[in-house]
Design a protein around this ligand. Structure first.
Ligand SMILES: C=Cc1c(C(=O)O)[nH]c(=O)[nH]c1=O
Length: 310
């Protein structure tokens, strides 16, 4: 069995990446990922200036997954750009960079800086942070998304990707696919970000479990798998020439297989990685190999996008 994937000019020996935001905010965390079984790594979404993020507690896990309202804590884009400048791109696993500016101007300033640096990285522009009080997820505003992508394409002259929020209606799948179809620079879409603004209740304490936004936060884990798979399949169908990165609910080889069957080129692991640590990537990789052997598949391409309908 061969788990290798070559896409958008990068080679990965397996399709597993951390989800942006998980275990990727500091150089120490990024180095731990670099030494893990991950096929590639991605940085925490960055802003123009460093941010402390929301007040704690801002993350909680449950039996079925997680809720977070981190509030985009990060060291600022220069820190991650510096890590990328020092990275051994030629010999090491691919490095992806997540960008999530607080405004159009901030996004353009950061993307121009990344363009200027001309590093062999893939940029994932985050259109879906659900945890900035008072700020809507750009991905739910189709006109704003189209404007942002048109402006970014002028300052960042290479293919890049976008991190999308989950959509829940075929009309919205279609509208966002039209926006992305109209932007030739989009080489990939990552589906999905957390399901925004859920509420987890601690029954004993009769209380919410995180402080920001009176307990509202992005939901991840088992809760989101069906929604993630639907978004992967729907965007893979609508954007045949672009890659889809599957993210949401992956905690074993089984869910990784499902995402790829639904059309994902590679996949990202979030909540499971946060809870179990980087060893989960070794486990998931090995489980995926076993599953493929049991099913008689030699490569990921043997089954990618081959989900049967009835
Ligand atoms: C970049 C901010 C995000 C955050 C955050 O930093 O609160 N949490 C998420 O689940 N998704 C995000 O995109």
């Amino acid at each position: 069995v061969d788990l290798a994937v070559a896409w958008l000019g990068i080679q990965m020996d397996n399709p597993l990446i951390n989800a942006s935001g998980v275990m990727c905010r500091t150089v120490e965390e990024l180095e731990a990922l670099r030494h893990s079984a991950a096929g590639a790594l991605i940085t925490k979404s960055c802003t123009l200036e460093p941010r402390k993020g929301n007040p704690e507690p801002r993350y909680a896990s449950t039996a079925l997954g997680s809720i977070n309202s981190m509030g985009l804590p990060n060291a600022g884009y220069r820190y991650y750009l510096d890590y990328a400048r020092r990275y051994d791109h030629e010999h090491d696993k691919p490095l992806l960079m997540s960008v999530s500016g607080m405004s159009l101007e901030d996004n353009l300033e950061m993307m121009a800086a990344f363009d200027e640096a001309a590093l062999p990285v893939l940029v994932e522009l985050n259109l879906s942070c659900p945890n900035l009080p008072g700020k809507p997820q750009i991905g739910y505003d189709f006109e704003a998304s189209a404007r942002l992508l048109a402006e970014v394409s002028k300052v960042y002259r290479r293919p890049f990707g976008v991190k999308l929020p989950p959509y829940f209606d075929p009309v919205h799948f279609g509208e966002m696919a039209d926006v992305l179809d109209g932007c030739p620079s989009i080489g990939f879409v990552t589906c999905i970000n957390s399901i925004g603004n859920g509420l987890v209740i601690d029954l004993e304490r009769e209380s919410v479990v995180i402080r920001p936004k009176d307990g509202l936060g992005g939901i991840g884990g088992d809760y989101v798998l069906p929604t993630a798979l639907a978004n992967v399949r729907e965007f893979a169908r609508r954007l045949p020439g672009r890659h889809v990165i599957g993210c949401g609910g992956i905690r074993s080889g089984r869910e990784a297989f499902m995402h790829i069957l639904a059309g994902a080129t590679v996949v990202q692991v979030g909540t499971c990685l946060y809870e179990e640590g980087p060893a989960c990537l070794t486990r998931i990789r090995d489980e995926l190999v076993c599953l493929m052997q049991d099913k008689g598949y030699r490569t990921l391409a043997d089954f990618r996008g081959c989900l049967r309908t009835l």
